[in-house]
Design a protein around this ligand. Structure first.
Ligand code: NAD
Ligand code: UGA
Length: 462
């Protein structure tokens, strides 16, 4: 079986960019990305490449190059499954909000419904590639669903987790540190692995393509995210110690990062990590460990999430204390809403949780983000506290940073967008109520410059 047609179920942050790059590097393979969300598919097919559903530097150029040549976006899931030899499952795997494992386990209902659909439709052999992040041994579940619903077709399951980070997705996809492909240790399993290796090897050096068994591949993805998030929580926990002792977390971070055994990545202190995956994947790891009776392992990893919540809470408390101490009016400005710079994604952004605490303390917020729109911001807060009326009265979303900051005493930086550093902070200072405070939740601003203008600067861990 030669791979000529690929179907990818799920046109989200992973499915869209990943398939765009695979299509660009494999012009002889036709790839159709399908989704049940019609709006999203419409946006992927938009004439205007600025209207793609995802903002990711460099993405629109690649989509422009390959769309309607060998990359297609469609809502016709069944046809695409029918016509493809290889099917990537790239749907969301959020934390369960009800039932067994609620609040911890990954909800596999979207994965399961894809497997059922594939089984119902497939008439010839297929390779199913698990691209979504899933608990270890999920491929076994997928196989069971496929086999019990369709005995006539041979399905090979591969695990091929994605390691791209938002904001740098195109670079991560084009020059990945490694690609992991897990499969069964049988002849058919090895054959399937080789087919996927061939697709990646059209641009990834073969030494960077790791082949493993299925469970190692699945667990490597959860482990990689847990390690990355653990570093952030470690540095964030020490930021509080710095504030109490007079040490500066930026200096500490630099000093330890220069130890080649530790390395400098992921040691940037912040208001807390966000994004759709770190928290969900660690909670999933905690759930798996607890289910297996590994209580100490579970407790160890859960601390990463506990420290992250604590860090967000500390930032909100600093704002509340300033307002109480100086009897400022109950309104502050936020610069940034996305969970990190260079993305329009705000899932699990620290800004949402800090806002929620402030709203509950009757503090209103003027908000500006270069990429996240008003509807999304309101959706995010309504999703976590359900108090739609109060949220709408408390949140004022601005189209312009200068309007956002005018007349408040406190401006807080929630996302590390580069443009924030280049604003005319003298004008901003003039327009703010005095005394003017800047709470830098990302330690990106030039403290000396701001203090010389007249600001009171409060960073994290310094
Ligand atoms: P997403 O929410 O952006 O996209 C998922 C898409 O799947 C949605 O558009 C949804 O409509 C679609 N979908 C769900 N069920 C479907 C079905 N039955 N048929 C057709 N379409 C369906 O999610 P994402 O951020 O792309 O993440 C997908 C997976 O990849 C998750 O498991 C995530 O943990 C993992 N991951 C995400 C990132 C990231 O940076 N976002 C990075 C690496 C791995
Ligand atoms: C992360 C991983 O980096 C990817 O490898 C992985 O594929 C992805 O999760 C996933 O599975 O979804 P992403 O969440 O897109 O990628 O972005 P990161 O750069 O990892 O940042 C996550 C959060 O941590 C952001 O809120 C960021 O601001 C914060 N962060 C990051 C810090 O606070 N300090 C740091 O030093 C680094």
């Amino acid at each position: 079986m030669k791979i000529r047609n690929i179907c990818c179920i799920g046109a989200g942050y992973v499915g869209g960019p990943t398939m765009a790059v695979i299509a660009q590097k494999n012009p002889k393979i036709n790839i159709t990305v399908v989704d049940i969300n019609e709006e999203k598919i419409k946006a992927w097919n938009s004439e205007n490449f600025n209207e793609l559903p995802i903002y990711e530097p460099g993405l629109s150029d690649v989509v422009k190059e390959v769309r309607d040549k060998n990359l297609f976006f469609s809502t016709n899931v069944d046809d695409s499954i029918r016509n493809s030899e290889m099917i990537f499952i790239s749907v969301n795997t959020p934390t369960k909000i009800s039932g067994e494992g609620k609040g911890y386990a990954a909800d596999l209902k979207y994965i399961e419904s894809c497997a059922k659909r594939i089984a119902d439709i497939a008439k010839n052999d297929k390779i199913i590639v698990e691209k979504s992040t899933v608990p270890v041994r999920t491929s076994e579940k997928i196989k069971q669903i496929l086999k019990s619903n369709n005995e006539n077709v041979n399905f090979q399951i591969l695990s091929n987790p994605e390691f791209l980070a938002e904001g740098t997705a195109m670079r991560d996809l084009k020059i990945p540190d490694r690609v992991i492909i897990g499969g069964e240790n049988t002849n058919k399993g090895k054959e399937a692995i080789n087919k996927l290796v061939k697709i990646y090897s059209s641009w990834v050096p073969i030494k960077n393509i790791l082949t493993t068994n299925l469970w190692s591949s699945e667990l490597s993805k959860l482990t990689a995210n847990a390690f990355l998030a653990q570093r952030i929580s470690s540095i964030n926990s020490l930021s509080e110690l710095c504030e109490e002792t007079g040490a500066d977390i930026e200096e500490v971070s630099k000093a330890i990062g220069m130890d080649s055994r530790i390395g400098s990545s992921f040691l940037k202190t912040s208001v807390g990590f966000g994004g759709s995956c770190f928290q969900k994947d660690i909670l999933n790891l905690v759930y798996i460990s607890r289910s297996l009776g590994l209580k100490k392992v579970a407790d160890y990893w859960e601390q990463v999430v506990i420290i992250n919540r604590h860090q967000r809470g500390r930032f909100a408390d600093k704002i509340i204390s300033l307002i109480d101490k100086y009897s400022f009016k109950n309104k502050v400005s936020f610069l940034g809403w996305a969970f990190k710079k260079d993305t329009n994604d705000s899932r699990e952004s620290a800004a949402i949780y800090v806002s929620d605490i402030l709203i509950k303390s009757n503090i209103s917020i003027d908000i500006y983000d270069p990429r996240v729109n008003k509807n999304q911001i309101l959706f995010d807060v309504n999703y976590i506290n359900n108090d739609v009326e109060k949220n709408e009265k408390s949140l004022f979303i601005k189209d312009n940073p200068y309007d956002c900051i005018e007349a408040n005493n406190i401006v807080a930086i929630l996302t590390e967008w580069d443009e924030f550093k280049d604003y005319d902070w003298e004008i901003i200072y003039k327009n703010m109520s005095k005394p003017a405070y800047i709470l830098d939740g990302r330690n990106i601003m030039d403290r000396n410059k701001l203090e010389s203008i007249g600001f009171n600067y409060i960073g994290i861990g310094r």
